[in-house]
Design a protein around this ligand. Structure first.
Ligand code: GTQ
Length: 347
C-alpha cells in the first residue's frame, strides 16, 4: 500500500522553519534515500580508444608529466559529470607517459591499479622496487606506498588508472605526500616481489601486515597462459565464460582491499546469460572485439576500449572473437559490508 505524502500550506510553512534549526523532514525524501533497488546515478558508457587516443597524445604536447604530476584524462561517467568518477565509488583515467619522462614520487591513502593499454617497457616503482610494464599487465600501488612512473622505452605508454578516490573521499580519509626527490631510491631488484610472493611459494616466516597483495604486477603473459590452459577443459560459466579473480597469495582474498580485479576469457561466438550485480563495473578490453548489451545500451567494443556497467544493470556479452576483458569494481567493500548481491538470468 502506498500512502501519498500530503502537501498542505501548513506543512509547507512548517518546512520553511526547519532549516534554521538544521532540521529537515524525512517523509519528503525517504523514498529517494532508501530505494527498493539500486537507482544508480552511473550510466553505461563507452570510451573508444581510437577516439580518445588523439586527445591523450594532444595532452602530451601541451603539458609534461612533471608539470601535471600525473598526465591523465579522467573517464567521467556521463551521469555524474564534473565529479571525477566513473562509478559512484571509483575513479578511472587514462594516463600517458612519454619516452624519457618521469611522473614524480608521491604517496596517498587511495589505492591505485593500472591496467596497461598501450606500450611496452615503462616502469612503475613501488616503495623502491621497479616493475616493467607490458600491455595487459595489472599493476598495483597499495595505499600509502611511494610510487613513481618512468618511461625508459622509445614509445609512449598509456594505461588505465583505477583508484578508490570517491570511496576514500566519502570516508574523509584522504592523505597525500610528495616525496622530496623526483624518484624514490631503488632498494630491491626488478622482479623481486613476483618471484618472492607470486610463484606459488612464500618465504618462511613471511607475515603481511597490510591488506594488499605483496605481488604488485600480475603480468598478462601469465594470466593469459592460465586462461588459455583452462579453456582446454571446455567448461564455461554461462554468465562469465571463464572469469578469474586476481588474488592476494597470502590470504586468497582479492588483490586489493577496496577493488576487485578480474580477467575473463569469452570465446568467439559465446553469448553470455544476463547478469546483474550491485558492483558497478569498469571493463578494459585486453584482447578481441565484440558487443555488450548493458541495459538498453549496446556497446561495440574493440581492444583497448573502456566501458562501464552500472550497478544492477543487466549485462550480456557477445564476443566476435576470443576476447579478454579485464574488469574492476568495489565488490570487496560490498562483500565485507554484507551488501553484495547478484542475479543471474534463469535459463
Ligand atoms: O599515478 O599516482 O590517475 O595519484 C590519479 C591520481 C594516477 C598516480 C591518477 C594519482 C595517480
Amino acid at each position: 500500500m502506498t500512502v501519498e505524502v500530503p502537501d498542505t500550506p501548513e506543512l509547507r510553512a512548517f518546512y520553511e522553519r526547519l532549516p534554521d534549526y538544521r532540521l529537515a523532514p524525512l517523509w519528503t525524501v525517504l523514498s529517494n534515500l532508501i530505494t527498493p533497488v539500486p537507482r544508480s546515478r552511473s550510466q553505461s558508457a563507452h570510451w573508444s580508444y581510437e577516439k580518445v587516443r588523439p586527445l591523450i597524445m594532444e595532452a602530451g604536447d601541451l603539458i609534461t608529466a612533471r608539470q601535471a604530476e600525473r598526465r591523465v584524462l579522467i573517464l567521467e561517467n556521463p551521469g555524474m559529470p564534473g565529479e571525477s568518477r566513473i562509478t559512484e565509488t571509483l575513479y578511472a583515467g587514462l594516463q600517458l607517459i612519454l619516452p624519457g619522462e618521469i611522473a614524480p614520487a608521491h604517496r596517498h591513502t587511495q589505492s591505485a591499479l593500472r591496467f596497461i593499454v598501450e606500450g611496452s617497457g615503462a616502469y612503475t616503482a613501488v616503495d623502491g622496487e621497479k616493475t616493467m610494464m607490458e600491455e595487459g599487465d595489472f599493476v598495483i600501488t597499495p595505499s600509502w606506498t611511494w610510487h613513481d612512473h618512468g618511461n625508459e622505452s622509445d614509445a609512449p605508454m598509456v594505461w588505465l588508472d583505477g583508484l578508490d578516490i570517491p570511496l576514500v573521499g566519502m570516508l574523509d580519509a584522504s592523505f597525500f605526500e610528495k616525496y622530496p626527490d623526483e624518484v624514490f631510491p631503488e632498494v630491491r631488484p626488478v622482479g623481486d616481489a613476483l618471484a618472492r610472493y607470486g610463484s606459488g611459494l612464500l618465504p618462511i616466516g613471511y607475515e603481511s601486515h597490510v591488506p594488499t597483495s605483496p605481488v604488485f604486477n600480475y603480468p598478462f603473459v601469465r594470466t593469459r597462459e592460465a586462461l588459455e590452459r583452462m579453456k582446454v577443459a571446455n567448461e564455461w560459466d554461462a554468465c562469465h565464460g571463464l572469469k578469474s579473480k586476481y588474488v592476494n597469495p597470502v590470504t586468497g582474498d582479492y588483490a586489493m582491499p577496496t577493488m576487485a580485479t578480474h580477467m575473463q576469457l569469452l570465446p568467439k561466438g559465446f553469448e553470455t546469460c544476463g547478469y546483474r550485480s550491485t558492483d558497478s563495473t569498469v571493463f578494459s578490453v585486453a584482447e578481441g572485439h565484440g558487443r555488450s548489451q548493458v541495459g538498453d545500451t549496446t556497446i561495440d567494443w574493440q581492444k583497448r576500449d573502456t566501458f562501464v556497467v552500472p550497478s544492477w544493470t543487466e549485462v550480456r556479452h557477445f564476443p566476435a572473437e576470443d576476447s579478454y576483458l579485464f574488469s574492476f569494481s568495489d565488490r570487496p567493500v560490498q562483500e565485507k559490508l554484507g551488501l553484495f548481491r547478484e542475479l543471474r538470468e534463469a535459463k
